[in-house]
Design a protein around this ligand. Structure first.
Ligand SMILES: [Zn+2]
Length: 321
């Protein structure tokens, strides 16, 4: 008899027991048993964020998948994703690599977690920061006492929020990146975009507690984006696996949330405008959706009204929670 473990009838009947260490946690991606290379090559990771964590060329080249869709989420990672696609994607200049390398799908877009930093203003006037954040964080539907409370909180921390950035020029840039990527013969989508009605805005960097008392300097958009990205579940999980003690420390530091959510109306408009770019460029969309299924179901109807010939060829990759 050899000493190796063999699957028993019991474990065979409960395969998820082998895959998941705990019921509510995904497996450790570094140690999970992978299928045979020929099978792996048939699979595509349809949603990942490779530019959010450090990686080596060898890791990307050896990933073994047939394809991976690399998402952009914010102002400061659109270029990272474009470079990632250009470096690791196949294209007309890399025909020989077609069968060897993972097919990278470069995805450009603005995630709802960062949409409060984006202004829909189309004028040439300077943006009114106060008015911008008030309109997004303090809905008119709030009771007068809640409104008052929210105004007080916002007034304590607004100087720590960055100046908002106009979305219009970002969309022009997005369209250019998509067309450039298509021109290189590479795969491209719009993503990660969507709606999140559960996400709450963290206190900006430099706030030491939920009262926001340690006010120091105004943050840049990049600082604000990085602070939010540090709360992403994927990042938290990776840190937990690498260094549980440090992750616990980070968690207590970054999990202090304001009561603010980004208004659905703002998120929806940011989403619609990005859909417009996808439709104009004729590319697919990768969607994030949390507690927003109803709104997302209505969205195709809106688009259908304005894009009847095009909506039929807009496949969506939906991540719904
Ligand atoms: Zn994502």
């Amino acid at each position: 008899m050899c000493g190796q473990d063999h699957p028993t009838a019991e474990t065979n009947s409960r395969p998820h027991r082998q895959l998941f260490q705990k019921e509510d946690e995904p497996p450790d991606w570094r140690t999970i048993a992978l299928p045979a290379p020929a099978v792996l090559k048939l699979l595509t990771d349809s949603h990942c964020h490779p530019t959010d964590l450090p990686f080596s060329t060898a890791q990307v080249k050896n990933v073994g998948l047939g394809g991976l869709a690399a998402m952009a989420t914010r102002v400061h990672d659109q270029q990272l994703v474009e470079s990632f696609g250009e470096t690791y994607g196949s294209g007309k200049d890399k025909v020989d690599d077609e069968d060897e390398n993972t097919q990278v799908v470069a995805c450009f877009g603005y995630h709802p977690w960062f949409s409060h930093l984006l202004s829909l203003d189309t004028s040439k006037d300077p943006l009114d920061k106060q008015q911008h954040y008030e309109s997004i964080f303090i809905p008119s539907s709030l009771s007068p006492s809640k409104k008052d409370e929210y105004h007080q909180i916002l007034s304590r921390i607004i100087h720590l929020f960055p100046e908002p950035v106009r979305l219009g020029p970002l969309l022009v840039d997005m369209g250019q990146r998509i067309r450039r990527t298509l021109g290189r013969g590479q795969k491209v989508m719009v993503g990660e975009i969507g709606l999140d009605r559960s996400f709450r805005i963290p206190y900006p960097p430099n706030s030491t507690d939920s009262e926001g008392t340690a006010h120091t300097t105004t943050t840049t958009v990049e600082d604000a984006e990085n602070a939010i990205a540090a709360t992403a579940p994927e990042k938290e999980l990776a840190e937990k696996q690498d260094n549980p003690a440090a992750a616990a420390k980070t968690k207590t530091k970054t999990k202090t949330l304001t009561p603010f959510t980004t208004s659905t109306a703002h998120q929806l408009r940011v989403l619609e405008l990005q859909f417009q770019v996808a439709l104009d460029c004729g590319v697919n969309v990768s969607l994030h959706s949390v507690k927003a299924q109803g709104k997302l179901l209505v969205l195709p109807l809106f688009l259908h009204r304005t894009h009847i010939p095009l909506i039929c060829r807009l496949p969506m990759n939906l991540g719904v929670r």
